[in-house]
Design a protein around this ligand. Structure first.
Ligand SMILES: Cc1ncc(COP(=O)(O)O)c(C=O)c1O
Length: 406
């Protein structure tokens, strides 16, 4: 008789956004006349930029002609894209990353969740709390997290690094030594960032204790402040301790197209084993590449026109972020984030729990956000709003919240 992977049975509840979806659908079905504004899930709303659409059309045409048809993509991704990434995302920022250290994929979520496969099960992971749930859940599925404590909402074999108002939502070096450290800056959900000097401390620490940092930089395009690093490879020594994951979802609106990449420097080794070789093997065995059409669209992200158009798109969302942040501050809320990230992290009023505030906002002003507790125990008492809505909806949502008598 077959058996299932019992680790899956240990996962508590359903994925956060399914629970939210169910609640919103139930409310909507019972109140069909209400206009619900969704500032919950981190999906973009603006259409793809013209330069990207043009590249897509061009690539579709190519696929329709025998002489320019493309089948399976090369294992690591097309060179034209990897060169553009190496040049623009790394060399231009003074980071020493070569094109053959870049693995193109269909997004950062898959890479963040799959990367743990190349590490032993006895490795201990450290995560920020609150955290993007994928890092923890993928390790649960692999059987690396021990026993779940439903009361504390924590796993026995995970090191949690609380990110609270006291440390300005940035983690401190853990007391217990981890093997794998997940960091995400600018952060989802808190919108917090670290300075280059703070990130350097993490790199020095990882090199000292022999840990690997899994650095999720999905929101780097939203950085507006000078001393905030766009890549972990801006830090000295990162080539021997860090893997970086990036996405085209939030900087270029590819959530529906799907494109991302992972960087593994060749010096990153466990004894004589290069992690680059392990990931290359995994990629070659389990993945057949992002579509040619999408990789051509990705190349257009780095074109002159693409860059200019996407700068405007990011500015559009960040204008929303400012509106939310300033509006809620003026209304007396305690808010952070929204400066180097499209997320605003607000303290729930009147000691409401995150889910109480979720229900309250949904039912009184028909605005959907994300309960902070869904990202971990330290998220309790907080709430995340995203800047990814349209400007009109953002303004209306904030004005509705401002009208609440709290
Ligand atoms: C921190 C973080 N990493 C990765 C992703 C997923 O990116 P992608 O769309 O490339 O899979 C998200 C999406 O919301 C995210 O918030």
């Amino acid at each position: 008789m077959f058996q299932v992977n019992e680790n899956y049975l240990k996962l508590p509840g359903s994925y956060l956004f399914s629970t939210i979806g169910k609640k919103v659908n139930a409310y909507s079905a019972a109140n069909p006349d209400k206009k619900i504004i969704r500032l919950g899930i981190g999906d973009v709303t603006q259409p793809l930029a013209p330069a990207i659409i043009e590249a897509l059309h061009g690539a579709v045409e190519e696929m329709g002609r025998a002489e320019s048809f493309h089948g399976y993509a090369p294992d690591l991704g097309y060179e034209f894209l990897r060169n553009a990434i190496a040049e623009n995302d790394y060399k231009a920022r003074g980071c020493d990353i070569a094109a053959d250290e870049i693995f193109v994929s269909d997004g950062a979520k898959c890479d963040c969740s799959n990367i743990q496969e190349i590490f032993g099960l006895e490795n201990k992971i450290a995560v920020c709390d609150p955290v993007y749930p994928v890092y923890v859940d993928s390790n649960v599925m692999a059987g690396r997290t021990g026993v779940y404590d439903p009361k504390a909402e924590t796993w026995s074999d995970v090191i949690y690094m609380p990110c609270t108002a006291d440390n300005r939502f940035t983690p401190e070096l853990p007391k217990e030594t981890p093997d794998l450290i997940y960091l995400c800056f600018p952060n989802n959900p808190t919108g917090a960032t670290v300075t280059r000097a703070q990130l350097q401390e993490w790199v020095d620490y990882a090199n000292k204790v022999g840990a690997v940092i899994l650095y999720d930089a999905a929101y780097e395009a939203y950085i507006s402040e000078e001393d905030v690093p766009h890549s972990i490879y801006e830090c000295e020594g990162a080539r021997t301790c860090a893997i970086e994951m990036r996405s085209f979802s939030k900087n270029a609106g590819f959530t529906g197209l799907r494109l991302g990449f992972t960087v593994i420097p060749k010096e990153l080794k466990c004894g004589d084993t290069a992690l680059h070789s392990l990931w290359a093997r995994r990629h070659g065995t389990k993945y057949n590449g992002a579509p040619y059409i999408v990789q051509k669209a990705g190349e257009a992200v780095y074109s002159e026109a693409g860059r200019a158009q996407l700068k405007e798109q990011v500015a559009y969302y960040m204008n929303n972020a400012s509106y939310i942040k300033d509006g809620l501050k003026a209304a007396g809320f305690t808010v952070s984030g929204g400066v180097n990230a499209p997320y605003i992290w607000l303290k729930t009023p009147d000691k409401m729990t995150s889910w109480e505030f979720f229900d309250y906002l949904l039912e009184t002003v028909n605005v959907v956000g994300t309960p902070g507790s869904g990202f971990g125990p330290s998220g309790e008492g907080y709430f995340r709003l995203t800047a990814f809505g349209s400007y009109e909806n953002t303004v209306e949502a904030v004005d509705r919240i401002k009208g609440l008598q709290l």
